[in-house]
Design a protein around this ligand. Structure first.
Ligand code: ATP
Ligand code: MG
Length: 297
């Protein structure tokens, strides 16, 4: 689909499709940095981040999405936008974060990731400093900053999760995805980086498969990782609206607001917003995120 057609459909969806949300932004809210990650790849992180971001905007929040997959960035691909610049240009000192930030549907702000792999730990001190200083500006841009990470437990990913206020672990019910999800919690708990994790079970096939999957994971975590607290945010059913949305470059909460996936993601957004105090850290918001990222990367 051509970009302008997609844009037209997005605008129509904006005016017709979205009904008033059932839960709205509470009066007081600070900036919350939320990392979204998974042990196994391809479990639906990017789809969730995009649609969760739009659902939060619909509830009245301002949202920034950082495409922190520093090797295979693809939020822009899902929206059929071709950002001229990326985080790599910020790292090289040629652009500021404001220069590279693009606007998605509903005024979702997107920081495009890098298309060539770079490792936060391996860029030189001055460049890393530059990048982290630039991230400071995001405090003013969003109530929620959603960080879409690469799959797995690379050093970059662990640093982003460790630095964030909250962490959403995405898994599917498949044993391989679940095993990798547990492996990620084990690393985070073992290094003392996180004490709490929200969990979303994606692509469920049957009713309550998400709850059963989560209960199994929770049991193992309680037994073997007693220092880790898990919190179930909900399940998203396998829904063709999701893959159609990727093909059409229109997020499913806009193109199919009444689909099973949209209803589920909106529910997850409500639960996330209501989940209250993030894990106690020395400092919250983007300032805390940056200072922890400085130490971890
Ligand atoms: N609930 C769902 N129902 C149907 N298809 C889904 C669902 N969630 C994700 N998908 C499909 O799975 C594919 C992978 O999703 P996505 O790119 O969001 O995963 P990812 O975890 O971000 O992948 P990566 O690890 O490569 O970054 C997409 O093409 C999407 O269409
Ligand atoms: Mg992704």
């Amino acid at each position: 689909m051509m970009g302008d057609q997609a844009e037209k459909l997005r605008t129509e969806a904006l005016h017709k499709g979205l009904k008033p949300p059932s839960c709205r932004r509470p009066a007081a809210a600070g900036c919350r940095v939320i990392a979204v990650a998974s042990g196994k790849g391809g479990v639906g992180k990017t789809s969730l981040v995009l649609n969760l971001g739009l659902s939060l905007i619909h509830m009245g929040y301002r949202v920034v999405v950082i495409d922190a997959d520093l090797g295979m960035a693809n939020i822009d691909v899902m929206l059929n936008t071709m950002p001229a610049y990326s985080l790599a240009d910020v790292v090289s000192g040629e652009k500021t974060l404001c220069d590279i930030m693009i606007r998605g549907p509903l005024d979702l702000k997107i920081v495009p990731g890098s298309s060539g792999l770079f490792d936060l730990a391996n860029i030189d001190h001055a460049k890393r400093q530059l990048l982290l200083d630039q991230l400071n500006g995001l405090e003013a841009e969003g109530d929620f900053i959603l960080v879409d990470t690469a799959a797995g437990i690379s050093r970059n990913v662990i640093s982003f999760i460790g630095a964030a206020d909250d962490f959403i672990l995405v898994t599917t019910p498949e044993p391989t995805a679940l095993t990798d999800a547990y492996g990620m919690l084990k690393v985070l708990s073992g290094r003392g980086l996180k004490k709490k994790s929200h969990v979303v079970v994606n692509s469920t096939q049957t009713f309550h498969q998400g709850q059963r999957t989560y209960s199994g994971l929770e049991r193992v975590v309680r037994q073997y990782l007693p220092a880790m607290e898990v919190n179930y945010l909900g399940e998203v059913r396998y829904d063709q609206a999701v893959s159609r949305a990727v093909h059409n470059f229109i997020p499913f909460v806009l193109s199919k607001p009444r689909s099973a996936a949209s209803v589920a993601v909106k529910r997850i957004a409500c639960r996330l917003a209501a989940s209250g105090e993030p894990e106690k850290q020395d400092e919250g918001g983007i300032t805390g995120f940056i200072s922890r990222l400085r130490k971890l990367s």
